[in-house]
Design a protein around this ligand. Structure first.
Ligand SMILES: CC(=O)SCCNC(=O)CCNC(=O)[C@H](O)C(C)(C)COP(=O)(O)OP(=O)(O)OC[C@H]1O[C@@H](n2cnc3c(N)ncnc32)[C@H](O)[C@@H]1OP(=O)(O)O
Ligand SMILES: CC(C)C(=O)C(=O)O
Length: 385
């Protein structure tokens, strides 16, 4: 697979890692609907499921393969022949199929999951990639628990699977264990020590157990990864995955720091798709979630509100329009000041002189101390009383 080193490939796994979350299970019809939205959003790859896991997941991969034209459709497998055969069958209608196969790479997994040896696991990894390659050109290999794997062994495994035909090598921090500098250093080490690394794209797949999934993915990109695996709203196993919207906005806000890396993501769809995934998967988004949380563009304290009203960039690094919101909110609370109150009164058509505003503000504070949500009716009764 030819790849553009100046492009950051966005690999969406909302429908696979995200859908593993208890309560998030979707029907095939719902998955197709979300996949079409992901295609419009501009993701490069959609991980559609794990076909061997159930007849329903198999059917979802079949239907997504038929429904989506421009995006790579990826199916996950373990490093065994049957999983790969089933995945290849599920992908048979895909215009751009990818098989994602792999195996544990840490000594912890090798010893306590597989009761095996490094040598044997390396052989299974290579055999799996070769088998997947007999079906599709585009084969991604994951070295599960790479975050805790021995570096030299990981490098040996990655070199061997690229020789076997892997087009993408995924270095998952499966347990969300690494610090950003550690994960970045891991990617740098692989760039420097794996002889054939330029023949494959390095992918970051990070989990959020320590709240570092996005930071780790970004560190990986800074050290040469060109694919990030992520989900809408950061949903995923346990504490979740890297959040797609966070990565895309970091790339947009700090584009020069990333050498102007391109992505196809249309960030103006974020609010829409976040709410849709949240509703369909029955998974609320925390209000303070970056980019898509209810409060991400809501200013609620007086000093911030005053600064924002004078010049929005004082407190705004992302324009709400860029994520599909109409405007930022100025929420009146007992921590608001006169500027915010004046703003809302003017919005309602009341232009008060300085002294009247101050008097009104004193009465406003009494209401705001007692009431959590100040609405227009409260303001109108305030100016009319
Ligand atoms: C890191 C990730 O893989 S994230 C993806 C997680 N997703 C899923 O687990 C998908 C849903 N899973 C399932 O439907 C089922 O677990 C199945 C169908 C995959 C397997 O079910 P079962 O055969 O009943 O096995 P079970 O899940 O209990 O155990 C997993 C088996 O796979 C083996 N295994 C785990 N990972 C791998 C791998 N990457 N490659 C090869 N074998 C693996 C385990 O060692 C264990 O084998 P054992 O029975 O010889 O001990
Ligand atoms: C299958 C792999 C990529 C995974 O989900 C993980 O390691 O967390």
């Amino acid at each position: 697979m030819l790849h553009d080193p100046n492009h950051l490939y966005i690999f969406d796994t909302t429908l696979r890692d995200g859908e593993q979350v208890p309560g998030c299970q979707l029907t095939t019809i719902e998955k197709v609907e979300i996949a079409k939205d992901l295609e419009r959003l501009g993701v490069d790859i959609i991980e559609a499921g794990f076909p061997v896991s159930s007849p329903g997941d198999f059917q979802s991969v079949v239907e997504l393969s038929k429904a989506v034209d421009d995006v790579i459709i990826c199916a996950l497998t373990r490093a065994n022949k049957n999983d790969i055969d089933v995945a290849a069958d599920a992908l048979k209608h895909a215009k751009r199929p990818r098989i994602h196969t792999g195996i544990g790479s840490s000594d912890m997994h090798i010893q306590y999951k597989f009761s095996s040896t490094r040598e044997e696991i390396l052989e299974r990894a290579v055999a799996a990639v070769k088998h997947a390659k007999s079906y599709v050109e585009d084969v991604e290999f994951y070295a599960e628990d790479a975050g805790r794997a021995d570096l030299a062994y990981l490098a040996q495994m990655i070199e061997a699977v690229i020789n076997a035909g892997a087009t993408v090598v995924n270095i998952p921090d499966t347990n969300g264990y690494c610090l950003p500098d550690q994960y970045g250093a891991k990617i740098k080490y692989l760039k420097e020590h794996v002889k054939n690394i330029d023949q494959a794209i390095i992918s970051a797949h990070c989990h959020n157990d320590l709240g570092l999934a996005t930071a780790n993915s970004i560190a990986a990109v800074q050290h040469g990864a060109r694919q990030v695996e992520c989900t809408i709203n950061g949903i995923g196993e346990r504490a979740g995955n890297t959040s797609l919207e966070e990565v895309a906005m970091i790339l947009k806000v700090h584009n020069q720091s990333f050498g102007n890396l391109s992505s196809n993501i249309d960030s103006t769809m974020f609010t829409y798709i976040s709410r849709k995934v949240s509703d369909m998967m029955n998974m609320p988004v925390q209000p303070n979630k970056a980019i898509v949380g209810r409060n991400a563009f809501a200013h609620s304290s007086g000093i911030h509100q005053d600064g924002f009203l004078k010049h929005r960039e004082n407190y705004e690094i992302i324009r709400p329009e860029d994520v599909g919101l109409q405007e930022a909110d100025i929420i009146l609370t007992a921590r608001s000041g006169r500027h915010a109150l004046k703003h809302h009164l003017e919005r309602l058509g009341y232009h008060l002189d300085k002294e009247t505003l101050s008097n009104t503000y004193e009465r406003f504070l009494v209401i705001a101390d007692a009431k959590k949500d100040i609405n227009d009716e409260d303001l109108l009764s305030l100016v009319k009383s």
